[in-house]
Design a protein around this ligand. Structure first.
Ligand code: SAM
Length: 266
């Protein structure tokens, strides 16, 4: 009779030899796999939360605090930087956009949802020469706050040192984006923010419309993925990321309203 040790011995003889693995390839396969991106999302998150990035943001963010919400966030940033210094880990649309614009140096930036220009001015602070297409329907009294429109935002951009061009597209993004891309199917943006329609279907539509127009290596930023008034936005973001394998994505939901961002790999 066989003892226990013998009976459980694996039978290597019955294992088929493995097929030969393909050789490690050199370019152009490597170049395709490694992708066009100059920055990956984890690095972008680290740069966004670095003490040096906060120091630069806090030099100008106080000037953007022209409504109650941004005043609150400005005080929140300063308090946390004072308390936790370089250990403070927090992401939102502002530090992500600032870090992304520094890293990517966008030539062309698309912003859906501009309001008083806080996010657009943040991009301009990092990359003053950027050309901007800014889409907003300027909903009156948005979130209980004044929403003065393109002339106000243009002044703000100039105050923050903008030297590039800006085109305002005033109206509903669900009409304007398809019209823009039908007229210019070749249009590619190095940086895109989606922060307009916060309904489930509307946010999905904006994201689905813009992703094909994100340049390889470009960065997409989606705000408010854990906003208590829009709890479905995290699932919207995840769905878009799942449907677009070209995106490498990151989500931050620990504190504040949260932010999703992604780099287009190829
Ligand atoms: C959250 S605010 C944008 C805030 C801005 N990105 C910032 O960080 O300062 C949203 C803006 O989107 C605009 N908006 C909402 N739905 C829209 C739509 N379907 N088309 C265009 N703009 C829209 C509103 O008028 C509002 O100004």
């Amino acid at each position: 009779m066989m003892d226990q040790a013998q009976s459980t011995k694996p039978r290597f003889a019955s294992v088929k030899p493995l097929a030969q693995a393909p050789a490690v390839c050199a370019t152009p396969l490597d170049a395709r796999h490694y992708g066009a991106a100059r920055i990956n999302v984890t690095t972008l998150a680290r740069v966004a939360t670095a003490a040096a990035t906060w120091a630069k943001i806090l030099e100008f963010h106080g000037d953007l605090a022209s409504d109650d919400y941004v005043r609150y966030v400005d005080a929140f940033y300063r308090d946390n930087v004072r308390r936790f210094g370089k250990e403070w880990h927090y992401l939102d649309i502002v530090n992500v956009l600032f870090a992304a614009a520094k890293a990517v140096e966008p030539r062309l930036y698309l912003e859906v949802g501009v309001r008083r220009g806080r996010s657009a001015c943040t991009v301009v602070r990092a990359c003053p020469s950027v050309d901007i297409i800014a889409i907003d329907m300027w909903t009156p009294n948005y979130a209980g706050m004044d929403n003065p429109g393109p002339a106000f935002v243009e002044d703000e951009l100039a105050c923050h040192g903008h030297t590039g061009g800006v085109v305002f597209m005033n109206g509903n993004s669900h009409l304007l984006l398809p019209r823009l891309f039908a007229a210019k199917p070749e249009l590619r943006f190095d940086l895109i923010t989606v922060d307009g329609d916060h309904s489930e279907a509307g946010a999905y539509r904006d994201l689905a419309d813009v992703v094909p127009h994100l340049a390889p290596g470009g960065v997409l930023v989606f705000d408010d993925i854990c906003h208590p008034s829009h709890p479905y936005l995290l699932e919207v973001w995840r769905r878009v990321v799942m449907e677009n394998k070209c995106l490498s994505a990151y989500e931050y939901t620990e504190q504040g309203y949260g932010v999703g961002f992604a780099v287009r790999k190829a």
